[in-house]
Design a protein around this ligand. Sequence first.
Ligand code: ATP
Ligand code: MP5
Length: 270
Amino acid sequence: MNIPKALTIAGSDSGGGAGIQADIKTFQELDVYGMSALTSVTAQNTLGVQGVHSLPVPFVAQQIESVFADLRPDAVKTGMLFSSEIIAEVARQAARHRIDKLVIDPVMIAKGGASLLQSEAVTALVQQLLPLALVVTPNIPEAEVMTGCPIHSLADRKEAAKRIHDYGPAYVIVKGGHDAGSDTVTDLVYDGRGFTELAGPRVDTVHSHGTGCTFSAALTAELAKGKDVLSAARTARDFVQAALTDALGIGGGQGPTNHWAYRRQKGVSV
Ligand SMILES: Nc1ncnc2c1ncn2[C@@H]1O[C@H](COP(=O)(O)OP(=O)(O)OP(=O)(O)O)[C@@H](O)[C@H]1O
Ligand SMILES: Cc1ncc(COP(=O)(O)O)c(N)n1
């Protein structure tokens, strides 16, 4: 039996809603074996990020080496990378292991406002990692930072997607969660030729911590199974839609999404 396997290279969220924890839960829910290489550890809950501790670069590398030496993943995603030194090492590893299904979630700032990427590391992310990516999944503020252009409309978002595509990824998905002015949430997929809009009803909830991590993890899981990028993105949207609709309502602040909602909605087979 061929077991699809996915690796996440990201930070730990002690509160369990975002980061490595969201990724592994999502892989598991989609029947994909999950593995992790930690870049940093955060002390975090639904109220915010109380502390960040970045791991030594050689130890980030060692974790990736250990996984590739034995359990070669079918797809890899990155999340919180924190520093330009970690980004340079992850880019080196991605090239060395010829990772073709590489999803970059360019995590910059937590929903509560804490910085999860040093500002000087944005250039490293764009120049060293994006050329190696199959898919990059910025939210609207991240797309603004990567392009230096403000986004106020869908046309602005399309322009940003084109500019980000010029950095080298095969696909750009500019997510629509931050487009608060609409009843519909639209994720925009650009493949270098045309756009596909993946839309769904906006869920009115505060419990949206970790939606970006969960989306990119679901996308990565589907790629690990051999799905094409567009169908993987559709499943990822459906997964997040279910996770937001059926939120758990835990914690005193911006709570996590419900990672088991999609499986429950679909029944046992996904
Ligand atoms: N209120 C909402 N209703 C429905 N879908 C949403 C909502 N908010 C976000 N999404 C979906 O969640 C996914 C992540 O989008 P978003 O733009 O929130 O990413 P993000 O800001 O990177 O997330 P994070 O806050 O975890 O960093 C997308 O598929 C988006 O469509
Ligand atoms: C370790 C880690 N990685 C990513 C996020 C982004 O998630 P959000 O924007 O929902 O806070 C986070 N808060 N923590």
